[in-house]
Design a protein around this ligand. Structure first.
Ligand code: ADP
Ligand code: MG
Length: 593
C-alpha cells in the first residue's frame, strides 16, 4: 500500500482508542469532567456491560450553548491555554480529548446548562459528527448519555471482557472517586439497581464505609505522621486497613495525588514494604492514601489515560508514604508504653573489656592501627572503644526518644537468627539482622551529621578501581563519604586508594565495602537525603546476618544499643526488629486466665 494520510474518520477512531479503551474509561472521563466542573453530586447509570448505555449526570457549572459544539472538537479545552500551564495542572482533564474520543466511537447526546444561562442546550453526535444542536430546558449542570459504545469499532468490542468484569471496573472507578472526593455525592446504578452510593459528607471514613462497607471501614486506621523531619511540601493522609483485613490482590489499594487517582508500582511497593512483618506474603492491605504535593512537583502528562504520574522527587514521596504507613502501624503494635531509660545508669558496665563486637561510640574518633592484620583497633586511651564515654551515645542521639524500650534481659538465641529477651511485661523476639541494621543506620546518620565516622585504618592501603557511576558519586559526595568513616584518596583516573573504612565495615573486604556502599547509595533504598542513603548503605552492608552465632554478651550489647535508638521497633526500611508476646497473652495461651 502506498503511504498516505489517514482519513480523519479513521484517525479519530485510532486516537479515541488510546483514551477510551473500555466502558470504564468513559465513566472515568465523564466523572473527571463533572468534578472539574465543580459538581457536588454525580450520578452514573449503566446498562448492560456499559456498551449499551452510560449516563452521567452532574450539577456542575455546565457549558454555555455557544461553546458546546466546540467542546467536542479534538484538543478543545477550557482548562489550559499555553504550554506553560502544563507545568502545574490543577484540573483532572487538560488535553481536550475525552469528549471527542467518546463521541467518535458512540452515539452521544449531551444536555447542559451553564449557571447563568436562561436555557440549556442539547447536542447530539453520531460517530463523532454533530447531528443536531437545539435549545433544551435543563437544570444547571450536564447530562451525558453515551449509547452503542464501540458501535463502529468491532475490534475493541471483541476485546472486551465479560459483563461482570466491565461492571466491576466501572465500580472500581466510581469507588475511587468517591474516596478521593469525599465531599461529592456519588451514585452508581447498574441496570436500575443501586450499586454504590456515597454521602458526600466530607468524612473519609464515611466514604470508605460507603465503598467498602461499615465493617471494613471500622478496621481502618487514620494515617498519622511521625515527627521526623520531612519535606514539608508533601503531605500524606488517608486510611489504612488493619493487617487482618488483607486481600489476595491489590484492588483495595488506592493512591491519589492532588485528587487524581494514580497507579504507581513505586507507591504500592512503599506501602507493601511498610506492611512487612504485619501481613503474610502475597496478601495486600486496604488503603486510601492521598498525597498532596505542589502541582508543579508532579507531571500528570505522561500517560494516555493520565493514570500514571511522575513525581519530581520520587524518593521523597516513596519514603514519606512508607514512613507514615509504618509509623501508623507500629503505633498500634502491642509493644508496651516504655519509659525513658535511666540516664544515670552507667551503661559502661554493659560494655565488654575486650574489643567490642558492636561499634558503640557514636562520637566518631579515628582509630589507628597497632597490631597485625588489616583491622586492628587502637588502644589510645582518649579514643579507645574500651572505655567509652557512657554519655556519648545518649548525647549524640536526641534524648528522650518517643518510644524507647524498657531494659531487656537477654535469654538466648534461637535459630542463630533471633534473640530471645525478657522485658517487664513479656517476652521479646529480636531479629538480630534487622536490629543491627537499625543500630548502624542511626549511628551512621549521627556520624554523617556530625562528620564523625569512626575510621578503621588499614595497615596497607588498598587500590580500588571504580566504574564511572561510582566514580561520579565518589566525586560528588566525597565529603559525606569521608564523614561516615572512609579514608579514600584519588589515585589517577577512576582509581582510588582506600586507607580506612568505617569501623562497622572493618570485618569485610575494603574494596567490596566501598563499592557496595557506593552502589547502594546510588540506588538510594527509597531514602531522600544522601546522609540517609549513606547510612542505609552501611547498615545493609555491615549488619550481622541471620545465621551468625552470637555470644550472650554480644546479644546484650546489641539489645542495649537497640534500646538507645530513636526508632527501635523497626529496621530502616520499616520491617520489625522485634516481636512482643505479652504476659497476658502467655497466660491466656496457657489457660491461666
Ligand atoms: P478536558 O477535560 O481535557 O478539557 P474534554 O474533552 O473532557 O477535555 O472536555 C472539553 C471541555 O468541555 C472541557 O474543557 C470543559 O470546558 C467542557 N466540559 C466537558 N464536560 C463538562 C461538564 N460535565 N461540565 C462542564 N463542562 C464540561
Ligand atoms: Mg475531560
Amino acid at each position: 500500500m502506498p503511504i498516505r494520510l489517514l482519513d480523519p474518520d479513521v484517525s479519530s477512531i485510532i486516537a479515541a482508542g488510546e483514551v477510551i479503551d473500555r466502558p470504564a474509561s468513559v465513566v472515568k472521563e465523564l466523572i473527571e469532567n463533572a468534578l472539574d466542573a465543580g459538581s457536588t453530586e454525580i450520578s452514573v447509570e449503566v446498562q448492560g456491560d456499559g456498551t449499551q448505555s452510560i449516563r452521567v449526570v452532574d450539577n456542575g457549572h455546565g457549558i454555555g450553548s455557544n461553546e458546546v459544539a466546540l467542546a467536542f472538537e479534538r484538543y478543545a479545552t477550557s482548562k489550559l491555554s499555553v504550554a506553560r500551564d502544563l507545568d502545574s495542572i490543577r484540573t483532572l482533564g487538560f488535553r481536550g480529548e475525552a469528549l471527542p474520543s467518546i463521541a467518535a466511537v458512540s452515539r452521544l447526546s449531551m444536555v447542559t446548562k451553564a449557571g447563568d444561562a436562561p436555557m440549556g442546550v442539547r447536542i447530539e453526535l453520531l460517530d463523532g459528527k454533530v447531528t443536531s444542536v437545539n435549545p433544551a430546558g435543563a437544570k444547571t449542570g450536564t447530562v451525558v448519555l453515551v449509547r452503542q459504545l464501540f458501535r463502529n469499532f468491532p475490534a475493541r468490542r471483541r476485546f472486551m471482557r465479560t459483563r461482570a468484569t466491565e461492571i466491576s471496573r466501572i465500580h472500581t472507578i466510581v469507588s475511587r472517586y468517591a474516596l478521593a472526593y469525599s465531599t461529592t455525592r456519588f451514585r452508581l446504578v447498574v441496570d436500575e439497581k443501586e450499586a454504590l452510593a456515597s454521602t458526600g459528607s466530607g468524612n473519609l471514613r464515611e466514604a470508605a464505609s460507603n465503598v467498602y462497607g461499615r465493617k471494613t471501614s471500622s478496621q481502618m486506621l487514620d494515617l498519622i505522621a511521625d515527627d521526623s523531619p520531612t519535606n514539608e511540601s508533601v503531605t500524606v493522609d488517608g486510611l489504612i486497613g488493619l493487617p487482618q483485613i488483607s486481600k489476595s490482590n491489590r484492588s483495595n489499594i488506592s493512591f491519589f495525588t492532588n485528587g487524581r487517582w494514580i497507579q504507581s508500582r513505586m507507591l504500592s511497593y512503599a506501602l507493601e514494604q511498610a506492611y512487612q512483618g504485619f501481613m503474610k506474603e502475597r496478601r495486600y492491605p486496604t488503603a486510601v492514601i492521598n498525597i498532596t504535593v505542589p502541582s508543579e512537583e508532579v507531571d500528570v502528562n505522561i500517560h494516555p489515560t493520565k493514570a500514571e504520574v511522575k513525581f519530581r522527587h520520587e524518593s521523597s514521596i516513596f519514603s514519606a508514604v512508607q514512613r507514615v504507613v509504618r509509623y501508623t502501624l507500629t503505633s498500634h503494635l502491642p509493644v508496651p508504653e516504655a519509659s525513658v531509660p535511666n540516664e544515670t545508669q552507667n551503661r559502661n558496665t554493659a560494655f565488654p573489656t575486650s574489643r567490642p563486637f558492636w561499634p558503640v561510640n557514636f562520637k566518631g574518633d579515628e582509630l589507628t592501627t597497632l597490631g597485625v592484620g588489616n583491622t586492628v583497633t587502637s588502644h589510645d586511651s582518649n579514643t579507645d572503644l574500651h572505655t567509652p564515654n557512657p554519655n556519648a551515645a545518649i548525647e549524640s542521639i536526641p534524648s528522650t526518644p518517643a518510644n524507647v524500650l524498657n531494659n531487656l534481659r537477654v535469654l538466648g538465641q534461637i535459630h542463630t537468627t533471633y534473640i530471645v529477651a525478657e522485658g517487664p511485661t513479656g517476652m521479646y523476639l529480636v531479629d538480630q539482622h534487622a536490629a543491627h541494621e537499625r543500630v548502624l543506620f542511626e549511628m551512621v546518620c549521627a556520624h554523617a551529621e556530625t562528620h564523625s565516622g569512626i575510621v578503621q585504618s588499614l595497615l596497607e592501603p588498598v587500590m580500588v578501581e571504580l566504574d564511572s557511576y561510582q566514580h561520579e558519586l565518589m566525586s560528588a559526595q566525597s565529603g559525606l563519604i569521608e564523614h561516615i568513616g572512609f579514608r579514600v584518596e584519588p589515585f589517577g583516573d577512576k582509581s582510588y586508594l582506600v586507607r580506612g573504612v568505617p569501623q562497622s565495615l572493618s570485618e569485610s573486604d575494603p574494596t567490596l565495602s566501598l563499592t557496595e556502599v557506593l552502589d547502594r547509595m546510588a540506588e538510594g533504598g527509597g531514602f531522600e537525603t544522601w546522609q540517609m542513603r549513606a547510612a542505609y548503605s552501611i547498615a545493609c552492608h555491615g549488619a550481622i546476618r541471620a545465621g551468625k552465632k552470637l555470644t550472650h554478651q554480644e546479644m546484650s550489647e546489641l539489645v542495649n544499643l537497640l534500646e538507645e535508638c530513636q526508632q527501635p521497633h523497626t529496621c530502616p526500611h520499616g520491617r520489625p526488629t522485634m516481636i512482643f508476646m505479652g504476659l497476658g497473652h502467655l497466660e491466656r495461651e496457657f489457660g491461666r486466665r
